[in-house]
Structures are given as structure tokens and as C-alpha cells.
Design a protein around this ligand. Structure first.
Ligand SMILES: Cc1ncc(COP(=O)(O)O)c(C=O)c1O
Length: 350
């Protein structure tokens, strides 16, 4: 079976571990282990009855609820079938520019979306240990930027002050904030507040990681209405299904779950970080999101294989990030007990 490009491929992992997929403890996909919230489950159960009708193609209620959360008008929001769907339409827009600057390592799906429309990609390396932004001097006219903040796989968060000047350097700036919800309001470095002033800014958000609903698929873009109307004309009229629409509305009001998640993450991430630093040959990077990138002196592919065969634990190798090769792996932050299982297994191997 071919090595997966994304985390969370339990069928592939189970074949290596010689067990059923539900026996795998998955650290490879960065999904909140506290979810899905009860509010989502209740909305999904109640929503079964609504499946006899087509979804509202304008997603009127969901858009206005998201608009309220971001203090913007609803026509500046477009829900999508996961952030991944919206990346496709972003790819089509980016392909119109002379070149798209892409900070690497980068989420694999960016190249899928850009290559679909034959966009010209200019990779910009980020270097450890600080993963500072490139200086972006002498940018040719009509260039665009696609950036992920907080950044997958490094966990780096760039500040609003660092990002804002980029809006003057590029014709189009896309910030993928798929993991931004994991930061509390006082930590968040989202550029959401600038969208209505800057026509060349697109923000992408996902509900699948924070609310633990990757199988349901739900993301949204915040951007100028004319851009979003164009995307809507290109795509399938009902790309967000009724259940995803209803669950999203329910979780946005679930403040208890949001608060509990942020509290869990602060403690569990720092415990996991500290425990990883104690294991010989491993050097984790501090990260702002719900995962940690770890540098390893032994091959991550070999570690991944041993963890699967011995312990049925799946970590994310970084082979789909060619700049990192097999000297890095990524782990999601999970519950304290699950994190301890990972640490015990890693310590036994190393
Ligand atoms: C940086 C980044 N952006 C977007 C996505 C896609 O998210 P969604 O599940 O909403 O399609 C992912 C998924 O792993 C991701 O890591």
C-alpha cells in the first residue's frame, strides 16, 4: 500500500500493525481528542430528519452565525466542504498571479490545489529552530503568498505585526488559519479583523480539527464578497451537507467545549513537550497549535514502523514535507493518558 500524504490514514497503519483500524492510537492527525462535542452529536441526531431536503445553497443561517463570530457581514463568509475544498478555489485564484510564494515545509494539499491550475510556485524555505519568515525582498509584480498560521508542521505562530506588511508586498495574500481556534483570544494572531479593509486578503478556517469532525468536513473562507461569489459560481451548489451545516451552527455556540479544549491543550502540550525533551535523541519544537514537531536522530520512518508494530501507535512521518525528510516527525497532543502511552513507547524504543 502506498505511503499516505496526509496524517490519519488508519487503513494504511492497520495493515502495518496487523490489526483493525480502530485499534490504532492515532497521533498522526492533529484532531482534538476531547471531541466531538455533545452539542455536535445532538445536532447530528436531530438533523437526520432534515436530510429529506436539499441544503440551503446560500447557507444563510450558518453564514450569519459565522459572520457574527467574526464581526463581519455574512456575504464575506463562504462555508466549504472542509478547508480543503476552499483551497481548490484559492488555487484557481492564485494561478492567475505571476507566481505564488509558498513557505516550505508546507501542508501537502497546497501543491495539489496550485498544480491543479498550473500555478507557478516559488518555494521559500523556513529554517529551524525559529522558522522566521523570509524577508520577501524584490518580489516581482503580481505575485501572491500562501501562508499557514499557526504553521503545520512546525507549530510556529507569526504575529499580526509580522504579517501585516506582507499585505503591501503581494497582490493576494492567503492565510490558512486552520488551527487558529486552538489559541485563546488573547493569544490569537488572526488577520480576520483586516479582511474588510484589504481586498487582497483571504482567510481560511477549518472546524474539523478543533471540533474533532474531520469525517464531517467543514471549513470556511473569509474574503471579499466578489471573490466568494466567483467561487460559488464555480463549485457544486451544495458542497456543504445538511448535517455539517447544522453541526457547525451548534458547535459555534459551545463555549464550554471551547474553553475546556484550550485549558486541556495548555497543560497537555507542555507535559508532552517536557516528556519528549527527556528522551535521548529527540528534540521537540515549541508549538502554538495542538501538535508538536520533533527532530529525531534516528529515522522517523523506522520509529514509525516500530511504534506501529510494537504498540499500535501511529505518528506522522514528515516524508510529505520533502525539506524535513526522515529526521522529523509530528505528533498530535492527545489526552494526558494517551500522551503517556506514546512517551513510554518512544522511551522503550530509543
Ligand atoms: C494547514 C491545514 N490546512 C487545511 C487543512 C484541511 O482541513 P479540512 O479538514 O477543513 O479540510 C489541514 C488538514 O490537515 C491543514 O493541516
Amino acid at each position: 500500500m502506498k505511503r499516505p500524504q496526509h496524517g490519519g490514514n488508519l487503513v494504511w497503519a492497520a495493515a502495518l500493525a496487523k490489526c483493525s483500524p480502530d485499534r490504532i492510537l492515532d497521533f498522526s492527525a492533529s484532531i482534538n481528542p476531547l471531541g466531538p462535542p455533545d452539542s455536535a452529536k445532538a445536532a447530528l441526531n436531530a438533523g437526520i430528519e432534515a436530510l429529506t431536503s436539499y441544503p440551503d445553497p446560500n447557507y444563510t443561517h450558518l453564514r450569519s452565525r459565522l459572520a457574527q463570530a467574526h464581526q463581519i457581514e455574512p456575504e464575506w463568509i463562504l462555508p466549504g466542504n472542509g478547508a480543503a475544498e476552499l483551497l481548490t478555489w484559492i488555487g484557481r485564484d492564485l494561478a492567475q498571479s505571476a507566481a505564488t510564494y509558498l513557505c516550505v515545509p508546507a501542508f501537502k494539499d497546497y501543491t495539489r490545489a496550485l498544480n491543479t491550475f498550473n500555478a507557478t510556485i516559488i518555494p521559500q524555505p523556513l529554517a529551524p529552530p525559529r522558522w522566521e519568515l523570509p524577508s520577501f525582498t524584490d518580489i516581482p509584480a503580481a505575485s501572491s503568498l500562501l501562508l499557514n498560521n499557526p504553521h503545520n508542521p512546525t507549530g510556529k505562530i507569526w504575529t499580526k505585526a509580522e504579517l501585516t506588511p506582507l499585505l503591501d508586498k503581494f497582490d493576494l495574500v492567503v492565510i490558512d488559519e486552520a488551527f487558529m481556534d486552538f489559541l485563546g483570544d488573547d493569544e490569537a494572531e488572526s488577520l480576520e479583523g483586516m479582511v474588510s479593509e484589504r481586498e487582497n486578503l483571504v482567510i481560511l478556517r477549518s472546524l474539523t480539527k478543533f471540533y474533532s469532525l474531520p469525517g464531517l468536513r467543514l471549513g470556511y473562507a473569509i474574503a471579499h464578497p466578489s471573490r466568494l461569489q466567483r467561487w460559488q459560481q464555480w463549485r457544486d451548489p451544495w458542497s456543504v451537507n445538511t448535517l455539517a451545516d447544522l453541526a457547525a451552527q451548534a458547535v459555534l455556540d459551545d463555549f464550554e467545549f471551547q474553553q475546556r479544549t484550550r485549558q486541556w491543550l495548555t497543560t497537555a502540550r507542555s507535559q508532552l513537550f517536557n516528556a519528549l525533551t527527556q528522551i535521548p535523541g529527540l528534540s521537540p519544537f515549541r508549538g502554538a497549535a495542538n501538535f508538536l514537531l520533533v527532530e529525531t536522530q534516528t529515522s522517523s520512518v523506522e520509529l514509525q514502523r516500530q511504534l506501529l508494530e510494537r504498540d499500535r501507535i501511529l505518528i506522522r512521518d514528515c516524508l510529505s514535507f520533502p525539506e524535513l525528510r526522515d529526521r522529523y516527525f509530528r505528533v498530535a497532543v492527545r489526552t494526558e493518558a494517551e500522551n503517556e502511552r506514546l512517551i513510554t513507547a518512544l522511551a522503550a524504543i530509543l
